[in-house]
Design a protein around this ligand. Structure first.
Ligand code: GAP
Length: 501
């Protein structure tokens, strides 16, 4: 699958827009539209529910983006949070030195009178056999030697732009969990092992951002710092190593539960020389994105590095007293750190299908119902019949007390179904003449509506009074087959209001 397909669908259907597009856009920041914000909120909501609310050993915080600049000195970000950067002496374009060889490159080929070619990353020119030595962007300039570039955005706190007022936009949410460790421990009377979670914005002045929402300068993270006693053992293993593996398994299972296919996920162990300055071991969960296998999230064993650093620089003790073992310890921390935007991109890519239905292409996002931005669309079969329209509006209003439910009457029913398929709406409700009857002919309605299932495109005929209960079951994971067996669509209506099957 091609990234352009997702970019175009995202714009056309209100998932993601380029930021400040009418002014030509802003470098690698994106805006989430009406459906994108629902999808993103759903991801954060289920993450919080499954990893914070449902667990007895987890609590959450919501910290400020602006922190005391000493935080970044202590954490090592001021000194180490850098990428090697090279510039082109000709076009002035800047690159991450370690990304240059992974880019397609512009080449003026001497064997073809200097014709310009764009050559795939890492490959030599097919005509002259040369490999890239110059700038991949303009094909003319020499690249400078690499120099370290700090990725933190600098800003000023207060009205005076002076050195003493310099502060930074946080490049990760994690540090707030470390600097609040004692506040949370004391206020919540927690016992090890326990975790602190936070979802929120982070900012990195990436040198070569790109690939849509995969690498951006402003993004959201969902991070957990899970503290353990380094002297404790679980199942005969050091607690930090045991919990590291547990979190890797739990995170892998979580992504699969909400729709990522096992064959598109893999684990990648960091080599010794690529480990971050704080990590004893890091494992990435990689996803097969449209750009190839890349990091979806990282799960690091950060040891006691951060708590010790903050204790050293703040002068405050950040230890834990283990009552049973009668010992003071600086906890080790296991950190499952996920990107919301990358998770959203992965869920979209995995859900995207192109199918053929009766000779026509159907584009469908097969989102897990918990993720789907719209849960139900209510569609009147005849928009000229006031009684049908009124019944459809009433059903929408009733269901919308619990879920995101929309009403649409702007096209014929087959088209409306396709539109909902394309944004991943798991169920449509159709109100028709049979529902409301025909008062002029003295025919009473049956007060039932047709529910159409996105994935099978099958239909069921359900009493309006039972819709709430039916959707509660379906959206809670009840299989469609169970519902269509309980409420079979009558044979005359077997092909449904749209004639679809
Ligand atoms: N506290 C550890 C930490 O921040 P990280 O691997 O740098 O670790 C965690 O970031 C996750 O945040 C990544 O796996 C990725 O999903 C997301 N992320 C990091 N940088 C990003 C960027 N520039 N754009 C979008 N997502 C990003």
């Amino acid at each position: 699958m091609n990234m352009d397909v997702l970019v175009s669908l995202s714009k056309r259907r209100g998932f993601v827009f380029q930021s400040s597009e009418i002014y030509g856009g802003t470098g690698s920041v994106w805006d989430y539209g009406p459906l994108g914000v629902e999808l993103k909120n759903n991801i954060k909501r289920i993450w919080w529910r499954d990893f914070v609310q449902a667990r007895p050993d987890m609590v959450g915080i919501d910290a400020s983006i602006l922190m005391n600049p000493m935080v970044w000195k202590a954490s090592g970000h001021l000194d180490h949070f850098t990428d090697p950067m090279v510039d082109c002496r000709e076009c002035k374009y800047r690159f991450r030195a370690d990304h240059v060889d992974a880019m397609p490159w512009v080449h003026y080929c001497p064997a073809t009178k200097g014709n310009k070619f764009t050559i795939p990353a890492g490959e030599p020119c097919g005509h002259c056999g040369q490999r890239r030595t110059l700038c991949p962007n303009c094909g003319k300039g020499e690249l400078t030697a690499p120099r370290q570039f700090n990725l933190m955005f600098k800003t000023f706190m207060g009205p005076v732009e002076e050195d003493a007022a310099v502060t930074y936009l946080r490049p990760e949410t994690a540090q707030a969990m470390f600097v609040n460790f004692d506040n949370v421990l004391q206020s919540m009377r927690l016992k090890l092992p326990f975790g602190i979670a936070q979802a929120g914005r982070s900012f990195r002045n990436e040198i070569t951002p790109g690939n849509f929402i995969f690498r951006t300068r402003e993004f959201e993270q969902m991070e957990i710092e899970f503290f353990v006693n380094p002297n404790a053992r679980v199942d005969g293993r050091p607690a930090d190593e045991y919990w590291h593996d547990r979190w890797i398994e739990d995170c892998m299972a979580w992504f699969q539960r909400y729709g990522l296919s096992a064959e598109n996920l893999r684990l990648r162990e960091h080599e010794r020389d690529e480990l971050a300055h704080y990590a004893k071991r890091t494992v990435d969960i990689e996803y097969r994105f449209p750009i190839g296998w890349s990091e979806l999230m990282g799960i690091a064993n950060r040891t006691d590095f951060d708590l010790k650093q903050h204790a050293k620089w703040s002068g405050k003790s950040l230890t834990y007293f283990d009552e049973e073992r009668k010992e003071h310890v600086v906890p080790f921390v296991v950190e499952p750190a996920a990107g919301v935007d990358r998770a959203l991109l992965a869920f979209m890519a995995d859900a995207y299908r192109e199918e053929e239905v009766r000779g026509e292409k159907r584009v469908v996002l097969k989102f897990h119902p918990e993720l789907a931005p719209i849960k139900v669309a209510v569609l009147p079969l005849l928009k000229k019949r006031d009684d049908i329209v009124a019944a459809a509006h009433a059903i929408r209003a009733d269901l919308a007390r619990h879920w995101r439910v929309v009403y649409d009457d702007t096209a014929a029913i087959g088209r409306l179904y396709r539109r909902q398929d394309e944004v991943g709406t798991p169920y449509c409700v159709t109100v028709d003449v049979q529902t409301v009857g025909d008062s002029e002919r003295g025919e009473a309605g049956d007060s039932r509506v047709t529910i159409r299932d996105r994935d099978s495109m099958e239909q069921a005929r359900v009493p309006i009074a039972e819709l709430g209960a039916v959707f509660r079951e379906l959206l809670d994971g009840a299989p469609w087959r169970q519902m269509s067996a309980r409420y079979p669509a009558p044979p005359a209506k077997a092909s449904g209001p749209s004639g679809e099957r």
